[in-house]
Design a protein around this ligand. Structure first.
Ligand code: DON
Length: 304
Protein backbone atom coordinates (compact mmCIF):
# COMPACT_ATOMS: atom_id res chain seq x y z
CA UNK A 1 0.00 0.00 0.00
CA UNK A 2 2.80 2.44 0.87
CA UNK A 3 4.35 1.88 -2.57
CA UNK A 4 1.01 2.47 -4.27
CA UNK A 5 0.51 5.77 -2.42
CA UNK A 6 4.08 6.92 -3.15
CA UNK A 7 3.55 6.16 -6.85
CA UNK A 8 0.26 8.05 -6.93
CA UNK A 9 1.79 11.08 -5.14
CA UNK A 10 4.72 11.06 -7.61
CA UNK A 11 2.33 10.91 -10.54
CA UNK A 12 0.16 13.73 -9.17
CA UNK A 13 3.24 15.92 -8.75
CA UNK A 14 3.62 15.83 -12.56
CA UNK A 15 0.09 17.07 -13.23
CA UNK A 16 -0.21 20.58 -14.58
CA UNK A 17 -4.01 20.97 -14.79
CA UNK A 18 -4.80 21.52 -11.13
CA UNK A 19 -8.27 23.09 -11.34
CA UNK A 20 -9.43 26.22 -9.53
CA UNK A 21 -9.17 26.86 -5.80
CA UNK A 22 -12.59 27.79 -4.30
CA UNK A 23 -12.53 31.58 -4.15
CA UNK A 24 -16.12 32.29 -3.13
CA UNK A 25 -14.82 31.77 0.43
CA UNK A 26 -12.01 34.38 0.55
CA UNK A 27 -10.01 32.47 3.19
CA UNK A 28 -9.82 29.45 0.87
CA UNK A 29 -8.72 31.54 -2.11
CA UNK A 30 -5.28 31.94 -0.46
CA UNK A 31 -4.52 28.21 -0.36
CA UNK A 32 -1.59 27.12 -2.59
CA UNK A 33 -3.03 24.79 -5.29
CA UNK A 34 0.28 22.96 -5.67
CA UNK A 35 -0.39 20.54 -2.84
CA UNK A 36 -1.47 16.93 -2.84
CA UNK A 37 -1.89 14.48 0.01
CA UNK A 38 -3.28 10.97 0.31
CA UNK A 39 -3.77 8.64 3.25
CA UNK A 40 -5.33 5.21 3.71
CA UNK A 41 -6.39 3.83 7.11
CA UNK A 42 -7.02 0.10 7.21
CA UNK A 43 -9.04 -1.91 9.76
CA UNK A 44 -5.85 -3.55 11.09
CA UNK A 45 -4.82 -0.17 12.50
CA UNK A 46 -2.29 0.85 9.85
CA UNK A 47 -2.30 4.40 8.46
CA UNK A 48 -0.41 4.84 5.18
CA UNK A 49 0.33 8.30 3.80
CA UNK A 50 2.10 10.12 0.98
CA UNK A 51 2.58 13.70 -0.21
CA UNK A 52 1.15 16.50 1.96
CA UNK A 53 -0.87 14.03 4.04
CA UNK A 54 -0.15 15.75 7.35
CA UNK A 55 -1.04 19.28 6.17
CA UNK A 56 -4.28 20.65 7.64
CA UNK A 57 -7.02 21.70 5.23
CA UNK A 58 -10.63 22.85 5.52
CA UNK A 59 -12.83 19.74 5.37
CA UNK A 60 -15.88 21.80 4.32
CA UNK A 61 -18.71 19.57 3.05
CA UNK A 62 -16.99 16.37 4.23
CA UNK A 63 -18.20 17.46 7.68
CA UNK A 64 -21.73 16.73 6.46
CA UNK A 65 -21.00 13.00 6.89
CA UNK A 66 -20.31 13.60 10.59
CA UNK A 67 -23.37 15.79 11.20
CA UNK A 68 -25.57 13.29 9.33
CA UNK A 69 -24.26 10.55 11.62
CA UNK A 70 -24.93 12.72 14.69
CA UNK A 71 -28.40 13.59 13.33
CA UNK A 72 -29.34 9.94 12.81
CA UNK A 73 -28.05 9.18 16.31
CA UNK A 74 -30.18 11.90 17.88
CA UNK A 75 -33.35 11.70 15.81
CA UNK A 76 -33.26 8.24 14.22
CA UNK A 77 -35.53 7.94 11.19
CA UNK A 78 -37.33 11.15 12.19
CA UNK A 79 -34.39 12.95 10.59
CA UNK A 80 -35.88 12.02 7.22
CA UNK A 81 -38.84 14.30 7.83
CA UNK A 82 -36.34 17.18 7.66
CA UNK A 83 -34.35 16.09 4.61
CA UNK A 84 -34.63 13.61 1.72
CA UNK A 85 -32.39 10.84 0.41
CA UNK A 86 -32.35 11.45 -3.34
CA UNK A 87 -29.50 12.76 -5.47
CA UNK A 88 -30.20 16.32 -6.57
CA UNK A 89 -28.39 16.46 -9.90
CA UNK A 90 -27.93 20.15 -9.15
CA UNK A 91 -24.99 22.21 -7.87
CA UNK A 92 -24.33 21.98 -4.12
CA UNK A 93 -25.68 25.47 -3.43
CA UNK A 94 -28.68 25.37 -5.78
CA UNK A 95 -32.06 26.70 -4.66
CA UNK A 96 -34.22 25.57 -7.60
CA UNK A 97 -35.59 22.20 -6.43
CA UNK A 98 -36.26 23.65 -2.98
CA UNK A 99 -39.12 25.66 -4.42
CA UNK A 100 -40.67 22.72 -6.26
CA UNK A 101 -40.37 20.49 -3.19
CA UNK A 102 -41.85 22.85 -0.59
CA UNK A 103 -38.54 23.77 1.03
CA UNK A 104 -37.50 20.20 1.92
CA UNK A 105 -33.93 19.62 0.68
CA UNK A 106 -33.23 16.58 -1.49
CA UNK A 107 -30.43 15.11 0.63
CA UNK A 108 -28.19 15.87 3.65
CA UNK A 109 -25.08 16.58 1.55
CA UNK A 110 -26.20 19.57 -0.50
CA UNK A 111 -25.89 22.85 1.41
CA UNK A 112 -29.63 23.21 2.05
CA UNK A 113 -29.78 19.64 3.38
CA UNK A 114 -26.81 20.10 5.68
CA UNK A 115 -28.29 23.34 7.02
CA UNK A 116 -31.57 21.48 7.69
CA UNK A 117 -29.63 18.75 9.55
CA UNK A 118 -27.96 21.39 11.75
CA UNK A 119 -31.36 22.89 12.55
CA UNK A 120 -32.69 19.42 13.41
CA UNK A 121 -29.83 18.57 15.78
CA UNK A 122 -29.86 21.94 17.58
CA UNK A 123 -33.07 21.05 19.45
CA UNK A 124 -33.25 24.43 21.16
CA UNK A 125 -29.61 24.44 22.20
CA UNK A 126 -27.21 27.30 21.65
CA UNK A 127 -24.66 27.11 18.78
CA UNK A 128 -21.78 26.77 21.25
CA UNK A 129 -23.24 23.57 22.74
CA UNK A 130 -23.88 21.95 19.34
CA UNK A 131 -20.43 22.90 18.10
CA UNK A 132 -18.93 21.28 21.18
CA UNK A 133 -20.89 18.14 20.38
CA UNK A 134 -19.80 18.10 16.73
CA UNK A 135 -16.13 18.57 17.59
CA UNK A 136 -16.31 15.94 20.29
CA UNK A 137 -17.77 13.47 17.79
CA UNK A 138 -14.97 14.20 15.31
CA UNK A 139 -12.39 13.71 18.11
CA UNK A 140 -14.06 10.41 18.96
CA UNK A 141 -14.14 8.95 15.45
CA UNK A 142 -10.67 10.24 14.52
CA UNK A 143 -9.29 9.22 17.93
CA UNK A 144 -7.56 12.60 18.00
CA UNK A 145 -8.36 15.46 20.40
CA UNK A 146 -6.15 17.98 18.60
CA UNK A 147 -8.67 18.66 15.79
CA UNK A 148 -10.03 22.25 15.82
CA UNK A 149 -12.34 24.66 14.00
CA UNK A 150 -10.62 27.27 11.85
CA UNK A 151 -12.43 30.36 13.10
CA UNK A 152 -11.02 32.55 10.30
CA UNK A 153 -12.58 30.28 7.65
CA UNK A 154 -15.89 30.23 9.53
CA UNK A 155 -15.86 34.04 9.84
CA UNK A 156 -15.02 34.36 6.15
CA UNK A 157 -18.04 32.23 5.22
CA UNK A 158 -20.28 34.12 7.63
CA UNK A 159 -19.23 37.41 6.02
CA UNK A 160 -20.04 36.00 2.56
CA UNK A 161 -23.14 34.04 3.54
CA UNK A 162 -25.65 35.45 1.06
CA UNK A 163 -26.31 32.22 -0.84
CA UNK A 164 -26.50 29.95 2.20
CA UNK A 165 -28.57 32.58 4.03
CA UNK A 166 -30.98 32.61 1.08
CA UNK A 167 -31.29 28.81 1.24
CA UNK A 168 -31.90 28.94 5.00
CA UNK A 169 -34.48 31.76 4.83
CA UNK A 170 -36.25 29.99 1.98
CA UNK A 171 -36.51 26.78 4.01
CA UNK A 172 -37.65 28.75 7.05
CA UNK A 173 -40.41 30.37 4.99
CA UNK A 174 -41.79 26.83 4.46
CA UNK A 175 -41.56 26.16 8.19
CA UNK A 176 -38.60 23.78 7.78
CA UNK A 177 -36.19 25.61 10.09
CA UNK A 178 -37.03 26.06 13.76
CA UNK A 179 -34.05 28.13 14.91
CA UNK A 180 -32.81 31.61 14.06
CA UNK A 181 -31.16 31.55 10.64
CA UNK A 182 -27.91 33.19 11.78
CA UNK A 183 -27.50 30.74 14.65
CA UNK A 184 -28.00 27.76 12.33
CA UNK A 185 -25.57 29.23 9.80
CA UNK A 186 -23.02 29.91 12.53
CA UNK A 187 -23.00 26.22 13.43
CA UNK A 188 -22.96 25.15 9.77
CA UNK A 189 -20.00 27.39 8.85
CA UNK A 190 -18.01 26.21 11.86
CA UNK A 191 -18.59 22.54 11.07
CA UNK A 192 -17.37 23.24 7.51
CA UNK A 193 -14.30 25.06 8.86
CA UNK A 194 -12.93 22.03 10.75
CA UNK A 195 -9.27 21.66 9.81
CA UNK A 196 -7.92 18.15 9.38
CA UNK A 197 -5.10 16.38 7.60
CA UNK A 198 -5.55 13.43 5.23
CA UNK A 199 -4.20 11.14 7.95
CA UNK A 200 -6.71 12.39 10.52
CA UNK A 201 -9.57 12.23 8.03
CA UNK A 202 -8.74 8.70 6.87
CA UNK A 203 -8.83 7.54 10.50
CA UNK A 204 -12.10 9.40 11.08
CA UNK A 205 -13.71 7.47 8.21
CA UNK A 206 -12.78 4.04 9.59
CA UNK A 207 -16.11 3.49 11.34
CA UNK A 208 -17.80 3.43 7.93
CA UNK A 209 -15.38 0.74 6.67
CA UNK A 210 -16.26 -1.99 9.18
CA UNK A 211 -20.03 -1.82 9.56
CA UNK A 212 -20.00 0.94 12.15
CA UNK A 213 -17.04 -0.20 14.27
CA UNK A 214 -13.85 1.84 14.32
CA UNK A 215 -11.40 -1.06 14.22
CA UNK A 216 -8.59 1.25 15.26
CA UNK A 217 -10.19 1.92 18.66
CA UNK A 218 -12.39 -1.18 18.72
CA UNK A 219 -15.41 1.01 19.53
CA UNK A 220 -18.79 0.64 17.82
CA UNK A 221 -19.89 4.09 16.62
CA UNK A 222 -23.15 3.16 14.87
CA UNK A 223 -25.00 -0.03 14.01
CA UNK A 224 -24.25 -1.96 10.78
CA UNK A 225 -27.47 -0.96 9.03
CA UNK A 226 -26.81 2.74 9.64
CA UNK A 227 -23.26 2.41 8.38
CA UNK A 228 -24.49 0.79 5.15
CA UNK A 229 -27.06 3.52 4.68
CA UNK A 230 -24.61 6.39 5.21
CA UNK A 231 -22.33 4.74 2.66
CA UNK A 232 -25.26 4.48 0.20
CA UNK A 233 -25.99 8.18 0.60
CA UNK A 234 -22.32 9.01 0.03
CA UNK A 235 -22.36 6.91 -3.13
CA UNK A 236 -25.52 8.52 -4.52
CA UNK A 237 -25.18 12.13 -3.32
CA UNK A 238 -21.63 12.70 -2.02
CA UNK A 239 -20.38 14.62 -5.05
CA UNK A 240 -23.51 16.63 -5.89
CA UNK A 241 -24.04 16.82 -9.65
CA UNK A 242 -20.70 15.00 -10.02
CA UNK A 243 -21.93 11.93 -8.09
CA UNK A 244 -22.58 9.87 -11.21
CA UNK A 245 -19.13 10.67 -12.57
CA UNK A 246 -17.50 9.74 -9.24
CA UNK A 247 -19.40 6.42 -9.06
CA UNK A 248 -18.41 5.68 -12.66
CA UNK A 249 -14.73 6.51 -12.25
CA UNK A 250 -14.11 5.41 -8.64
CA UNK A 251 -17.00 3.09 -7.77
CA UNK A 252 -16.88 3.75 -4.03
CA UNK A 253 -18.90 5.88 -1.59
CA UNK A 254 -17.26 9.27 -1.19
CA UNK A 255 -17.81 12.78 0.09
CA UNK A 256 -16.06 15.84 -1.26
CA UNK A 257 -15.56 19.36 0.06
CA UNK A 258 -14.66 22.66 -1.62
CA UNK A 259 -11.45 22.72 0.45
CA UNK A 260 -10.29 20.04 -2.02
CA UNK A 261 -10.64 17.02 0.24
CA UNK A 262 -12.45 13.76 -0.53
CA UNK A 263 -13.21 11.03 2.00
CA UNK A 264 -13.80 7.69 0.31
CA UNK A 265 -14.85 4.41 1.89
CA UNK A 266 -13.84 0.99 0.56
CA UNK A 267 -16.07 -1.26 2.71
CA UNK A 268 -14.06 -3.88 4.57
CA UNK A 269 -10.81 -2.59 3.05
CA UNK A 270 -9.98 0.94 4.10
CA UNK A 271 -10.83 4.58 4.51
CA UNK A 272 -9.12 6.87 2.01
CA UNK A 273 -8.60 10.63 2.34
CA UNK A 274 -7.18 12.64 -0.53
CA UNK A 275 -6.63 16.37 -0.74
CA UNK A 276 -5.64 18.78 -3.44
CA UNK A 277 -7.16 22.29 -3.37
CA UNK A 278 -7.81 22.73 -7.12
CA UNK A 279 -11.43 21.93 -8.04
CA UNK A 280 -13.20 20.82 -11.21
CA UNK A 281 -16.15 22.92 -12.44
CA UNK A 282 -18.59 20.97 -10.22
CA UNK A 283 -16.56 21.76 -7.06
CA UNK A 284 -14.77 18.44 -6.52
CA UNK A 285 -10.98 18.08 -6.18
CA UNK A 286 -9.51 17.54 -9.61
CA UNK A 287 -6.35 15.67 -8.58
CA UNK A 288 -8.24 13.99 -5.74
CA UNK A 289 -10.55 12.32 -8.22
CA UNK A 290 -7.65 11.30 -10.48
CA UNK A 291 -5.72 9.88 -7.53
CA UNK A 292 -8.71 7.84 -6.36
CA UNK A 293 -9.21 6.49 -9.87
CA UNK A 294 -5.59 5.32 -9.83
CA UNK A 295 -5.90 3.86 -6.35
CA UNK A 296 -8.92 1.71 -7.23
CA UNK A 297 -7.23 0.62 -10.44
CA UNK A 298 -4.16 -0.52 -8.50
CA UNK A 299 -5.99 -2.11 -5.54
CA UNK A 300 -9.11 -3.43 -7.27
CA UNK A 301 -11.19 -1.87 -4.46
CA UNK A 302 -14.79 -1.41 -5.52
CA UNK A 303 -18.23 -2.13 -4.18
CA UNK A 304 -19.14 -3.71 -7.52
O1 DON B 1 -21.52 26.20 2.34
C1 DON B 1 -20.60 26.14 1.53
O2 DON B 1 -20.70 26.58 0.40
C2 DON B 1 -19.32 25.49 1.99
N1 DON B 1 -19.12 25.70 3.40
C3 DON B 1 -19.32 24.00 1.77
C4 DON B 1 -19.56 23.62 0.32
C5 DON B 1 -18.84 22.41 -0.10
O3 DON B 1 -17.85 21.99 0.45
C6 DON B 1 -19.35 21.80 -1.34
N2 DON B 1 -18.40 20.83 -1.81
N3 DON B 1 -18.03 20.44 -2.81
Amino acid sequence: MQQILDDIAAQMALETELGQVADYIPQLAHVDPNQFGISVATPDGQVYAAGDASTLFSIQSISKVFTLTIGLGKLGNTLWSHVGREPSGDPFNSITILEYESGRPRNPFINAGAIAVVDAIMMGHEPREILGEILQFVHFVADDDSIRFDHRVAASEMAHRDRNAALAHFMKSFGHLKHEVNKVLGVYFHQCSIAMSCQQLARAGLFLVSNGVNQHTGIRVINPQRSKRINSLMMMCGHYDGSGEFAYRVGLPGKSGVGGGILTIAPGKGSIAVWSPGLDPVGNSKLGLKALELLVEKTGWSVF
